[in-house]
Ligand binder design. Structure first.
Ligand code: GLA
Length: 405
């Protein structure tokens, strides 16, 4: 198998996508949109399950985006339509006055809850949004742990922000999107995905402090060092993932409470041994150890990336992160472990699961010359294990959310 070229997103394909999404909008709503906005999916280089512990993360944006063609309305109606093959179907129509979180009125219990939740969050925060027609198309792989939900939310938020002249800065939009996901959709996620989609810049990873949202763009040009970062989508999503996520989060909060700190971010790495001694529960000890060591790994990665001669040295840190997520945080799965083990045996410099876990994608850092043998080794390992071949593509740090037309 070769690297999957169908997942490459070039500027030319983006232009075609914009034309398509405008045509799609016209077909569905019988008029022209006010504009088209794009928001990307992301991979997280390192800093996993740290964002709801006020910790550090280092994601970057993918070239894969969700496009929203949008026209404003002022009659209190929200209409949503998706042109994605994953979720074809009728226009979802909701009255703004009926939008309400949880199981209440206005809920559609599907993809439309994400954009509807963003509309709800904007209005709840007091922004004057009178309605809108939206039509979406996406190249972000769905269910691959690459933040297709955040891309959908952020594309919606950016579009509504402009068509209603709200002038909300990107960081604040990201916070509103997370609120939509937490309170409206009901998924207890952290801020990383929305902030990455809203704030990343091309050629950089985003070093984000999830406590105060301070951020720094970190140059991340692997090609200049003859390196590649591959995304390996295992194509599996384990059903229990959202419940497990909530349990890990609750365990971290219990750990912080036992240690008398606001969040696990407040446990310094140097004090980890004494903190662990103070915890009776073995499960909570493991969760705490992961979060504290993972924050330290983000800092070590940042330090190595600051020096162009040491970029390769981030490889083993990625692998350490995977071991910690597998053994201490326990959010990996057989397919993700297979990617990491196979990649390392085939000469990768480092590899880890990325995102929430329990399926989805892993990332692999490798010399450019190792990409083909490595991809072949992954293909073979999956076939031998009786699994469908994973989807592999190189990840290029790309632009965050922006207006396309
Ligand atoms: C998911 C969540 C993020 C983050 C990661 C794990 O992607 O949406 O907020 O917690 O898992 O790092």
């Amino acid at each position: 198998m070769t690297v999957d070229d169908t997942t490459q997103v070039t500027q030319a394909t983006q232009v075609t996508q914009v034309t398509h999404v405008i045509e799609g909008f016209r077909e569905v709503y019988g008029r022209a949109p006010d504009g088209v906005w794009a928001a990307p999916g992301r991979v997280n280089l390192i800093g996993e399950h740290t964002d709801y512990n006020d910790g550090f993360v280092l994601p970057f944006a993918l070239p894969h985006t969700t496009l929203a063609a949008v026209a404003h309305r002022e009659d209190g109606l929200l209409r949503l339509h998706s042109g994605s093959p994953d979720v074809p179907g009728a226009v979802v129509e909701v009255r703004l006055a009926e939008l309400a979180p949880g199981r209440e009125a206005g809920r559609t219990d599907g993809w439309a809850d994400y954009p509807a939740g963003v509309m709800w969050a904007l209005r709840e925060a007091g922004h004057p949004v009178g309605g809108a027609d939206l039509h979406f198309a996406s190249t972000v792989p769905h269910g691959a742990g690459l933040s297709s939900s955040a891309a959908l939310e952020v594309a919606t938020a950016l579009a509504l922000n402009e068509v209603h002249g709200l002038d909300i800065p990107p960081r604040e939009l990201a916070v509103l999107c997370r609120h939509a996901e937490n309170a409206y959709v009901g998924a207890p996620t952290g801020i990383m995905d929305q902030m990455a989609s809203a704030c990343c810049t091309a050629g950089h990873a985003l070093f984000l402090d999830t406590r105060d949202f301070s951020q720094r763009q970190v140059p991340f040009d692997l090609a200049a060092h003859g390196l590649r970062l591959l995304v390996v989508d295992t194509r599996v999503t384990h059903a229990h993932s959202s419940g497990e996520y909530g349990q890990r989060r609750a365990g971290c909060e219990a750990g912080a409470a036992s240690l008398g700190v606001t969040a696990l971010r407040d446990v310094p790495y140097a004090e980890l041994p004494s903190a662990l001694d103070r915890l009776d529960d073995a499960e909570i000890r493991r969760l705490v150890r992961h979060v504290v060591t993972e924050n330290e790994r983000v800092k070590r990665t940042i330090a190595l990336l600051a020096d162009t001669s040491s970029v390769r040295a981030i490889g083993p840190i990625l692998t350490e992160s995977h071991a910690s997520l597998r053994d201490d945080f326990r959010v990996s799965c057989a397919e993700l472990d297979l990617v990491v083990d196979t990649a390392l045996a085939a000469g990768a410099l480092g590899a880890r699961m990325t995102g929430g876990g329990f399926g989805g994608s892993a990332i692999v850092l490798a010399d450019e010359s190792a990409v083909r043998p490595l991809t072949a080794a992954l293909d073979k390992a999956f076939t031998t294990a009786g699994l469908p071949a994973p989807r592999v593509f190189p990840a290029l740090p790309s632009r965050g959310a922006h207006r396309m037309a």
